[in-house]
Ligand binder design. Structure first.
Ligand SMILES: *Cc1c(COP(=O)(O)O)cnc(C)c1O
Length: 383
């Protein structure tokens, strides 16, 4: 099996797995990290080291890191927590229709509670126009939420421009930076991002842990979603999972250290893959040609049926153009925004590469793709 689905989840880095296992086995760390006895304090120290590493990856201070169960929770906490806390100032949010489902649905939840949401569209290249964001901000706007890197197309938004305009209007900016972490430099203070979501399993860490990172100079408080504990300054109560957070910290440290090394290598492999994919007739690239993170190539194959294409690509683990996040076969709303019709969206494939991807795997995947498309076209030449 050739694994080219790193945007869905990355394999756990073996070094991270080892260090998590060591933490899980260490008798000196078997305690509740909130306890004041020696093993409790040792577990807490382990967590604080992880907090620092995650803060460094985000360009924030450790005090701003709120650990969560993942980015779905971080997005919900960041958006709903900010909206509710700032409700006295206004009940209007700005986001885009191309966001991850966890952002879209958190905003829809607020809509049902009476908030007004401006749903921006992106251009056919997948870019959200900063001028459209500026125009959408109203006196009662209390949050803008836009992603750094789209998980389906890899398109990179101009976060610096968005940060500058939100700061100028004094509206907090939340950024889902899940697909950017370890692939694009993130410096939330320089980029003037107030809240940022991360997920460990998208950069070599364990599944089931993430963080909402706050610029504490700008966002002193948000409203928690859960209640009943002082952990994470009361913003996310519940006993902290020492080994999970340690794993996220080790993965964050590796991602930060390897940022100058891995993305250029992955980008070169992606180019190698795209050259082969796009040489097949009727294959088109989705999203901006150059303003994309290193790891994603999303293509539409004209004239073949989506489901058959998926079956024919069974040897490679990739994602299809039906919305993988909704568990049904509705075409991806993100691809529809790029102007694809339902059929084209369904006949789309996302290849996503990672640190473990090799040139040999890319060549084999390209050969499987070429063979699959020509086979399907021979079966249904009229299609
Ligand atoms: C995977 C992903 C999420 C959700 O992260 P989980 O930790 O799996 O909940 C959110 N946003 C984007 C862009 C993602 O790719």
């Amino acid at each position: 099996m050739i694994y080219l689905d790193h945007a869905a989840s990355t394999p756990l880095d073996p070094q991270v797995a080892e260090s998590m296992a060591a933490v899980m086995r260490d008798p000196a760390l078997q305690a509740n990290p909130s306890s004041s006895h020696a093993p409790g304090r040792a577990a807490r120290a382990c967590i604080e080291a992880a907090r620092s590493a995650v803060a460094t990856l985000a360009g924030a201070t450790p005090a701003g890191v709120v650990f969560t169960s993942g980015a779905t929770e971080a997005n919900n906490l960041g958006i709903i927590g900010t909206a509710r806390f700032r409700a006295v100032r206004g009940r209007h949010l700005v986001t885009s229709a191309a966001e991850h489902a966890s952002v879209r649905e958190a905003c829809r939840c607020l809509e049902r509670e009476g908030w007004a949401v401006t749903w921006l569209e992106c251009g056919r290249d997948g870019l959200v126009d900063p001028a459209a964001v500026a125009a959408a901000i109203r006196p009662d706007t209390t949050l803008v939420s836009l992603m750094a890197v789209n998980n389906e197309t890899g398109v990179v938004q101009d976060i610096e421009a968005l940060g500058a305009l939100c700061r100028q209007r004094d509206v907090p900016l939340h950024v889902d930076a899940v697909q950017a972490a370890g692939r694009e430099p993130i410096d939330m203070r320089r980029e003037q991002v107030d809240l940022l979501s991360l997920s460990a399993h998208k950069f070599g860490g364990p599944r089931g842990v993430g963080a909402l990172v706050l610029d504490t100079d700008r966002v002193a408080r948000i409203q928690p979603l859960y209640h009943g504990g002082a952990q994470e300054r009361g913003l996310r109560p519940g006993t902290l999972p020492t080994h999970q957070l340690h794993g996220m910290g080790v993965a964050a440290a590796i991602a930060s250290a390897r940022l100058p090394l891995d993305p250029p290598r992955i980008a070169a492999l992606r180019t190698r893959l795209e050259e082969r994919l796009l040489a097949v007739s009727g294959v088109r690239l989705n999203g901006h040609a150059t303003r994309r993170a290193c790891h994603i190539a999303n293509v539409t194959v004209a004239g073949v049926e989506g489901e058959s294409l998926q079956l024919a690509l069974e040897e490679i683990a990739v994602s299809a153009g039906s919305a993988c996040d909704s568990g049904n076969d509705d075409p991806s709303p993100v691809l529809m925004l790029l102007g694809l019709d339902r059929e084209a969206a369904r006949s789309s494939v996302r290849f996503s590469l990672g640190v473990s991807t090799t040139a040999e795997e890319i060549d084999r995947a390209a050969a499987v793709f070429e063979h699959a498309v020509s086979h399907l076209r021979r079966l249904a030449p009229a299609a």
